[in-house]
Design a protein around this ligand. Structure first.
Ligand SMILES: Cc1cc2nc3c(=O)[nH]c(=O)nc-3n(C[C@H](O)[C@H](O)[C@H](O)COP(=O)(O)OP(=O)(O)OC[C@H]3O[C@@H](n4cnc5c(N)ncnc54)[C@H](O)[C@@H]3O)c2cc1C
Length: 412
């Protein structure tokens, strides 16, 4: 197969890409394939999605159904957040949060516990109220929040079956305005991190590990008060891109102009290249209680990190109960790196980054580049034995078990 992931740093080794158009075809393909995985929108930076055969579900009908009484929306799993948001906007509805880009598929994002920011916002998987999954026997399993093992099914790492439909919680549409503050000093950041991260509904600190923290993006719900300054830093008066030298036309509108949730919560606009487009990414999720110490530890590596870095982003994510979520049982701070596309050099610096963050129990983002193997990851996830049992029950023949899962998560 000639397909590569979005970043171009992984070429899928699968020799077949199926495009089923009905649930019955998914059942037939999955039950016959010796080794299989579903491919989402290919935005992960590692081999998590690879297998002997792959399925794209984008030919399944999206069939978006809003249930106002239940405050949910359900739809075909290949739908991208940007496409879903267009339907929800028209219905006057919203999701609780979005990632930095609307281009990713909902099922792929949920499978890796993709997140946005906000002290009170769980990752995107926490909005999942129900799933429809085709297991490796071809059986269709439907599960809802509250069912036994549901908290194990949601962040499934693609390892439990083909998710064909997703149901998400919705809420009434809301407006957001975002402002960007430049040059917040490190002292202010370290002394007032909690206050800065609480200064909006969703806050991102961008850093180049230089003299100051670079940019702080504050996204506020329209009715919430906004601050005129952030510890001496004034709000920018022109739109900015978080990566130096890139055109802000790719970014959602700033300068405090109110707009729909779907057009402010992501940093990047649908239809435009997100981020730099020529990059690799890594991210480590650290318990919130260690945020300042962990950020300080990475700052100690600034000289090694900076030559390979396009930008770092620091975000907060609320705790949840999803077994394989990096936020399981703990509020977290995410320390993210957008790297230049120099994988060997990046992997060499990740040795130091992972060693610096190891004392804090850092959990790597499942969809990004990391070095840790199953022996290091296992102890970080207390529900991993339950997850392995669930995978064994739903997929006894191991059709969805790929080399990445064995090497990085469950071990041999
Ligand atoms: C430019 C860029 C910006 C990003 N920004 C963020 C961010 O703000 N926050 C963040 O947390 N992450 C971010 N990411 C990471 C991204 O959200 C994750 O890698 C996510 O998994 C991508 O979703 P996908 O649909 O592309 O999944 P893929 O990479 O295609 O697949 C990921 C996993 O999901 C599984 N999967 C996909 N669909 C299904 C299905 N229907 N059934 C079963 N399993 C399935 C695959 O088998 C695989 O295991 C970013 C990535 C890029 C490239």
């Amino acid at each position: 197969m000639t397909h590569a992931n979005w970043a171009g740093n992984h070429r899928y080794r699968a020799d077949r890409l199926h495009r089923p158009a009905t649930l019955e075809q998914v059942q037939e393909i999955v039950s016959r394939a010796p080794q299989v995985r579903v491919l989402g929108s290919r935005h992960s930076f590692n081999a998590i999605a690879d297998s002997g055969e792959l399925l794209s579900l984008d030919a399944l009908p999206a069939d978006v159904i809003v249930d106002r009484a239940a405050a949910t929306v359900s739809f075909g799993a290949a739908l991208r957040y940007g496409e879903l948001a267009a339907v929800l906007d028209a219905e006057g509805l919203a999701l609780h949060n979005l990632a930095s880009l609307p281009h990713i598929s909902v099922a792929g994002a949920v499978a890796t516990a993709t997140h946005g920011s906000g002290d009170a916002n769980g990752n995107l998987a926490t909005a999942v109220a129900g799933l429809e999954i085709v297991t490796s026997s071809g059986e269709v399993v439907r599960a809802s929040r509250g069912d036994a093992d549901f908290n194990g099914l949601v962040v499934g790492l693609g390892a439990l079956g083909a998710v064909t439909r997703v149901t998400l919680d919705v809420e009434p549409a809301y407006e957001v305005r975002q402002r960007v503050f430049e040059g917040v000093g490190w002292e202010a950041l370290f002394d007032h991190l909690d206050e800065i991260m609480a200064s909006g509904y969703s806050v991102s600190v961008f850093s180049l590990w230089g003299e100051t923290s670079h940019q702080v993006w504050v996204k506020s719900r329209y009715a919430d008060p906004v601050r005129p300054d952030l510890f001496g830093a004034r709000a920018a008066t022109t739109d900015l891109h978080p990566i130096t030298g890139h055109d802000p036309v790719n970014c959602t509108q700033q300068l405090g102009v109110p707009g729909p949730w779907s057009d402010r919560l992501p940093h990047f606009r649908m239809g435009f290249t997100p981020s730099s487009g020529d990059e690799l990414q890594s991210e480590y999720l650290v318990p919130r209680a260690h945020a300042v110490a962990a950020i300080g530890a990475v700052r100690g590596l600034a000289d090694a990190v900076r030559p390979l870095l396009q930008v770092t982003e620091i975000r907060t994510v609320a705790a949840d109960r999803l077994w394989m979520s990096p936020q399981y049982g703990r509020d977290t701070v995410g320390i993210h790196f957008t790297w230049k596309r120099e994988q060997d050099a990046v992997e060499r610096v990740l040795v130091d980054v992972e060693a610096a963050l190891e004392p804090f129990g850092a959990r790597p983002h499942w969809g990004k580049l990391f070095l840790a193997g199953a022996e290091a990851i296992g102890p970080l996830y207390e529900r991993l034995p339950d997850f392995a049992r669930l995978a064994g029950r739903l997929d006894p023949r191991g059709a969805f078990r790929n080399p990445w899962l064995i090497e990085r998560v469950v071990g041999s």
